[in-house]
Design a binder for this molecule. Structure first.
Ligand code: ARG
Length: 463
């Protein structure tokens, strides 16, 4: 045994715990992160016990004061965490008894660590979802500001990473904002199922004490009380759902990252990141590497791994609580840290992006991005779309052979491919004409981008 601390469950044991087993089974090194939530849950539980007459008001007051004092000790770094006491719950409870004496031993009446830890995890995750939501909104606002500024900026839109049609950079950025808006919705939906109270389930079957679970739920801000005690102590769906939402969010950030890595390369040069968000090379003096996007793209992998990890953790477990469940913590904590860090660095980085409008425009011009506009023009002149497609294809081939973009061909050259082409064709071949023509909700026209920025800003204010 590592020290002389008596285990709260030591009664039925005649031999001490093997020293390595003690270290192997302990979770206090990581679950101490739950201390505030553990104390909040214990205070609500104690108040409830007093309300139903299991504790006297005086006992309750001493327990609450003791727990608040312990919170202060932890926050000031004065608390001595013990591995022999396994986890955050038993560490705090043991310290309570040390501080206030026998009354401390009454706190755990009608409760088990099984419903306690499930409650702590839900309180913790609820708070983190709110913090992640705030960071998500900050990033969305930064993207909306940039989108508004770049509402008219023309860039090539891609499919298959080949130049497809011109789009506005603002429109492209709003695609990102839309992805993040869905992430925010997923997290808000997940939060409703996180916000359910397990306490009262005790070890697995409920308790013989006349607990008032509704009171505890109100004290802790839970919207509902878990309605089956076995499910309440063993359910980790709420973590899996959160991890799924987090993995999707990280997948989105990873996709943005991939685009930024491409766009900052010498081959694209569409944008530049602020120096404060890049690093150099120890050997190649010219290098400015987009480390932040690269790392965020990489961090997506660990969150995806945690999602699969938790699904696998739960898949073979019989009801109710099993010690396996202790393995839910590190993946969840790491996911929260990774998502918060990635959102934070993105929200900080976006305002420091400089946009190379000339390069974007030039890339759109070179790639025959207005070919579809020419085909649509011919359709409006009465040519069936399939024939128009063929005509434009031949014009593009001619342009490639002569090193000219469609808008650089003369009317005479264009008319070789179709007699339906007139002087007015040149309006549709301009990049500005092309984007302005896609002027419907969801389209790339600058007017639509501005309207969308306003709508999305409004949605953010309502949250
Ligand atoms: N440290 C444990 C966990 O994280 C707390 C619950 C322990 N319950 C038990 N019956 N051993 O899951």
């Amino acid at each position: 045994m590592s020290d002389d601390i008596t285990k709260p469950w030591g009664g039925r044991f005649s031999e001490p715990t093997d020293a390595f087993v003690e270290a192997f089974t302990a979770s206090v090194d990581f679950d101490r992160r739950l201390y505030r939530h553990d104390i909040a849950g214990s205070i609500a539980h104690a108040r409830m016990l007093a309300r139903v007459g299991v504790l006297t008001d005086d006992e309750c007051r001493r327990i609450v004061d003791g727990l608040e004092a312990i919170r202060g000790e932890i926050e000031r770094g004065e608390f001595r965490w013990s591995t022999a006491l396994e986890d955050v719950h038993m560490n705090i409870e043991a310290r309570l008894t040390e501080r206030i004496g026998e009354t401390g031993k009454k706190l755990h009446t009608g409760r088990s660590r099984n419903d306690q830890v499930a409650t702590d995890m839900r309180l913790y995750l609820r708070e983190e979802i709110d913090a992640i939501g705030a960071e998500l909104r900050r990033l969305q606002r930064a993207l909306l500001d940039l989108a508004e500024r770049e509402a008219e900026t023309i860039m090539p839109g891609f499919t298959h990473l080949q130049t497809a049609q011109p789009v506005t950079f603002g429109h492209h950025l709003l695609a990102w904002v839309n992805m993040l808006a869905r992430d925010a919705q997923r997290l808000a939906d997940c939060r409703r199922r996180v916000n359910v109270l397990p306490l009262g389930a005790a070890a697995l079957a409920g308790t013989t004490f006349p607990v008032d679970r509704e009171f505890v739920a109100r004290e802790l801000g839970f919207e509902a009380v878990a309605s089956n005690s076995l499910d309440a102590v063993s359910d980790r769906d709420f973590i899996i759902e959160f991890l799924a939402a987090a993995a999707t969010l990280m997948m989105h950030l990873s996709r943005f990252s991939e685009e930024l890595v491409l766009w900052t390369s010498a081959q694209f040069e569409f944008v530049a990141l602020g120096d404060a968000f890049c690093t150099g090379s120890s050997i190649m003096p010219q290098k400015k590497n987009p480390d932040v996007p690269e790392l965020v793209r990489g961090k997506c992998a660990r969150v995806q791994g945690h999602l699969v990890g938790l699904l696998t953790l739960m898949k073979g477990q019989p009801l109710a609580y099993n010690k396996d469940n202790q393995e839910d913590k590190e993946p969840l904590f790491d996911t929260v840290d990774t998502v918060r860090g990635s959102l934070r660095v993105y929200a900080d980085m976006i305002p420091h992006i400089t946009v190379n409008r000339e390069r974007m425009r030039e890339a759109a011009r070179r790639g025959f991005a207005t070919a579809t506009d020419l085909a649509d023009y011919l359709v409006r002149k009465g040519v069936p779309f399939r024939d128009a497609h063929e005509v434009v294809g031949r014009a593009v081939r001619f342009g490639i052979e002569h090193g000219k973009d469609l808008s650089q061909l003369t009317l005479e050259e264009l008319r070789r491919f179709s007699g339906a082409i007139d002087e007015d064709v040149f309006q549709v071949l301009t990049l500005e004409g092309s984007v302005a023509a896609r002027n419907h909700p969801g389209g790339t026209a600058p007017a639509q981008v501005r309207a969308e920025v306003a709508r999305l800003r409004g949605m953010l204010e309502e949250d």
